[in-house]
Ligand binder design. Structure first.
Ligand code: EPU
Length: 418
């Protein structure tokens, strides 16, 4: 197993090309179950999660090939409908096959995802939606089984805003009889990316990006060609935080300025200078680090996937910051590791109180989930001395060679065997 080693305090400068979005490519890959033929995607990040989804699709009968950002999925041979525990437990997003498999085969057996390092993560809204579309739901030996002759369009009013829940219901209803209306749908840009791709395949979806999405069922979808996955707004947000924390001047290319409003707003409040440049964003840390309060919210609010990174920044900012995590109230495993590096963080229920300190000091620390590991990489870059981050596989699930990208702009970061 690899660990990451960082010698902190190096100046960063230069340009980074942002990769395609993990949370967009995973549902896009699941969408190919609805087609029969060769689908191709570009700007696909090289991630462990993409490989897991490829493994799952292969197990279902697809042929998947990945080469330098291009992903080819031949869905012609898909003839199985079981997503086993071994894969679902390594990646919760496997639950995204529930909708399309039910639509294609009228049945599926998908392992129940259960909780994970960031807390309890129920899928009741996915199940409720499928029931409304006419599927039977049976829970059997830790598996979710669906059974439906043919799904029929209906109104699905979500109790809460759920990203993969919205995506799963879009995937389930595109081939259903009649019209489906998703109420209180998630507005995340990744949902819109999926809707755009499905429309290119022949679906009739309107309203994506708002909380009311209408899907008029069609009889068939055709495979998609060269669909470009949207840029990863969490990778760009993470690098923006690096620039601010280290008073660096970074240009992030292939980066979506428009859908990073809440993060950009907070970083400007902290003291950064952020400008839109051709094809991306320029972020200049000014050396001023002022504490800000953060409440995580569904899009367009401040994303929970940036909470850990902001906590690292707040741990060296002047003053007191209150972080309120409303999406995953227990998503604070990074706090204990940051404390080991000298941060002053107190957890009170689903909130964290962070009192800025003068600096962090390098230490051996442990990554516990994807975004927590990103926050620890940031902490290692800031800290005095050497930081060893164990269990780096968490980072590789969702960041395309973050260490290499940081090295290219001046960080002292490398891998060693644990
Ligand atoms: N929820 C329910 N019932 C459901 C579904 C969700 O109560 O049936 C709750 C969750 O427990 C949570 C809230 O609703 O409190 C929102 O969860 P959501 O369903 O939106 O999360 P998700 O779809 O499982 C996606 C991302 C996460 C990201 C969240 C929130 C993917 C593959 N994953 O998860 O990404 O944190 O939305 O934006 O899109 C990550 O990339 O590190 C990551 C965890």
């Amino acid at each position: 197993m690899d660990k990451l080693v960082i010698e902190g305090g190096n100046k960063l400068k230069g340009e980074v090309v942002i990769s395609g979005a993990k949370n967009s490519v995973l549902p896009l890959m699941a969408s190919t179950i609805l087609t029969s033929g060769v689908n191709t995607f570009t700007n696909v990040p090289d991630l462990a999660d993409v490989r897991t989804m490829a493994e799952l699709l292969t197990m279902l009968g697809a042929k998947v090939e990945y080469h330098k950002g291009k992903l080819e999925i031949d869905s012609t041979g898909i003839n199985k409908w079981i997503a086993p525990y071994e894969l679902v437990r390594t990646m919760r997003a496997s639950v995204l096959v529930l909708g399309p498999l039910t639509a294609r085969f009228g049945k599926t057996r998908v392992s129940f995802p259960g909780g994970c390092a960031i807390g309890e993560r129920p899928v009741d809204q996915h199940l409720k939606g499928l029931e409304i579309l006419g599927s039977k739901i049976i829970i059997d030996e830790g598996y979710i089984e669906t059974k439906a002759k043919k799904l029929s369009g209906n109104i699905i009013p979500f109790d809460i805003s759920t990203v993969t829940g919205t995506e799963n219901m879009m995937l389930a209803s595109v081939l259903a009889d009649g019209e489906t209306i998703l109420l209180n749908a998630a507005c995340e840009p990744e949902v819109t990316d999926l809707a755009n791709a499905l429309n290119k395949m022949g679906a009739k979806i309107t309203g994506a990006g708002t909380d009311i999405i209408t899907i008029k069922g069609v009889s068939k979808l055709k495979p998609i060609k060269n669909y470009k996955v949207m840029p990863d707004r969490i990778e760009s947000g993470t690098l923006m935080v690096a620039a601010v924390a280290l008073s660096a001047d970074l240009v992030l290319k292939n980066c979506a300025f428009e859908n990073s409003g809440a993060v950009i707003g907070k970083l400007i409040e902290v003291g950064a200078e952020i400008t839109k440049v051709k094809g991306g964003v320029r972020v200049k840390g000014t050396g001023k680090l002022k504490s800000v309060d953060i409440t995580t919210l569904p899009y367009p609010g401040f994303p929970t996937d940036m909470q850990a990174q902001l906590m690292t920044l707040m741990s060296i900012s002047r003053g007191l910051s209150i972080i309120n995590e409303t999406i995953f109230p227990q998503r604070y495993l990074h706090a204990g590791e940051l404390r080991r590096m000298g941060a002053d963080i107190k957890l009170v229920g689903s909130s964290a109180v962070v009192r800025g300190v003068d600096g962090l000091s390098g230490a051996p620390i442990m990554a516990s989930d994807l975004r927590a590991s990103a926050s620890l990489v940031l902490a290692g870059l800031i800290a005095n001395g050497r930081t060893d981050i164990l269990r780096v596989y968490h980072l590789d699930r969702g960041y395309d060679r973050l260490d290499k990208k940081l090295e290219q702009i001046g960080a002292k970061i490398w891998r060693e065997k644990e």
